[in-house]
Write a protein that binds this ligand. Structure first.
Ligand code: CP3
Length: 358
């Protein structure tokens, strides 16, 4: 099959929203084919995205709900995936907190006034997400309208640890030493910071849910740097509190990377689906997690730089490991890398649809 502009999803007509394969899989119900989407599917690897981004900065684009929705819908349509994700960022709630968030070309987010001690937590501006992040709710409404019921819409936020790590490190970090030291040395400041983040994040996600997202994903992208003991003591109670503060009935996907030693604890924090990276095998991970959760993942994003034949082989193996148990959502093990060839992303989606029919 040649495949240029748009992909064909296996089903011919639209199922009712709740019957969509992505939402069936979130609820661990049988579905006619394996649903697939990609983290960072609306990003720099897509020429359509780069064209929109040429005219404005990343934060300006997030603030333009009409363009943000266009980016979300274009990516979902172009790829033929089974879910769309809103165009926003896990760090947007930090803007109204007043810590001086900027996105810099090349080295990602920077925070001018990082959190290092109790007084820094005290000066965080109290946030009303309905006021300061209303544009995200508008992006949800416009994305939904643009998708027109074709595929479900995913909302998202950062999980408390990953958001705290940006606030404390002041940007991206490899070892997260400053975060770990604060967590160990100043338990009270850690607790107060995590509680602030939980409250804002719960409001942020409940606002997205009220505006119409069908599911939410929590990105705990960097939590894999912690020992199980530290996760249990310093992270699990907060993530658990956050998830239990979300409006019930909306599936929660709980994702992190390098979490091979934390999976059971992440499951215990709550959520319907655990997101896996490529460092674990799906069958072994799911065995450990047990039948009460679904799983999502987990192709190595670097494999999308290989050729179509290798991608198809890797997808086939991934689906074989996932098996036929309901509750599996195909995805990468982390976000699409910026230089990824679009044709290879299409090959990935097509291969899941081809090999994932029931
Ligand atoms: O398509 C989608 O998945 C939706 C949009 C989305 C973005 N960020 C847009 C974005 C999502 C789901 C995120 C989540 C996010 N943001 C995470 C968790 C996912 C992960 O990768 O672990 C993290 C850690 C962030 C924080 C963040 N935002 C970083 C580290 C960066 C810079 C990194 C980079 O790729 O340059 C951003 C900026 C950002 N967020 C971009 C996009 C498309 C790139 C901005 C640009 O230059 O256009």
């Amino acid at each position: 099959m040649t495949r240029s502009a748009q992909s064909q999803r296996p089903e011919a007509s639209l199922p009712p929203a709740a019957e969509h394969p992505f939402l069936l899989a979130c609820r661990r119900e049988e579905s006619p084919f394996t649903p697939v989407w990609l983290m960072r599917q609306a990003g720099r690897y897509l020429p359509e995205y780069r064209r929109v981004r040429e005219r404005l900065s990343f934060l300006e684009l997030c603030g333009r709900s009409d363009l943000a929705a266009e980016v979300t819908v274009t990516a979902a349509e172009r790829l033929g995936v089974d879910a769309a994700i809103i165009f926003a960022d896990i760090l947007l709630p930090l803007v109204p907190m007043g810590v001086g968030l900027r996105y810099e070309k090349g080295d990602g987010p920077r925070i001018e006034q990082p959190i290092r001690m109790a007084a820094d937590v005290d000066r965080l501006t109290p946030v009303s997400v309905e006021e300061s992040l209303a544009f995200v709710a508008e992006t949800v409404r416009l994305s939904r309208a643009g998708l027109n019921g074709k595929v479900p819409l995913i909302g998202f936020a950062g999980a408390p640890f990953t958001v705290a790590s940006y606030l404390i490190e002041g940007g991206s970090s490899r070892m997260h030493v400053t975060t770990k030291v604060l967590m160990q040395r100043d338990a009270l400041t850690w607790q107060r910071l995590m509680e602030r983040i939980v409250d804002v994040t719960a409001d942020y996600l409940n606002m997205q849910i009220a505006a119409g997202v069908d599911a939410v994903q929590l990105f705990d992208s960097w939590v894999g740097c912690l020992s199980p003991r530290d996760y249990q003591r310093h992270v699990l109670p907060y993530t658990k509190r956050l998830i239990s503060a979300l409006r019930p009935g909306v599936p929660v996907i709980h994702f992190g990377t390098m979490t091979g030693s934390l999976l059971e604890l992440m499951r215990d924090a709550g959520g319907d689906v655990v997101g896996l990276d490529w460092r674990v095998e799906i069958d072994e991970a799911w065995q450990r997690l047990g039948p009460e959760v679904g799983v999502q993942g987990n192709l190595d994003p670097a494999l999308l730089f290989a050729d179509a034949a290798e991608i198809r082989r890797a997808v086939r193996e991934m689906l074989a490991r996932a098996g036929s148990r309901p509750g599996y959502i195909a995805n990468l093990g982390h976000g699409v890398l910026p230089e990824t060839p679009v044709d290879n992303v299409l090959a990935f989606v097509d291969a899941v649809h081809e090999y994932g029919r029931r």
